[in-house]
Design a protein. Structure first.
Length: 66
């Protein structure tokens, strides 16, 4: 596990400024059945800075400014 401080993070077309991210090796939990296609898990510090929209049926998502 390693903590990074980023001045800028881009997710899709949205820029987040001055955020912390935690890098984690998912391989031990993937072996336990954790989905392999998950690329990242957004934390509270990312989720609360923008509006997020999730379409679970069509497996789509979007993000925009608050």
């Amino acid at each position: 596990m390693k903590l990074y401080s980023l001045s800028k993070l881009r997710i899709a077309d949205t820029i987040f400024h001055n955020v912390h991210v935690l890098g984690i090796d998912f391989s031990p939990i993937i072996e336990q059945g954790f989905p392999k296609d998950i690329k990242f898990i957004a934390g509270y510090n990312i989720i609360t800075k923008k509006n997020w929209y999730f379409d679970y049926i069509n497996k789509l998502w979007a993000v925009d400014d608050i």
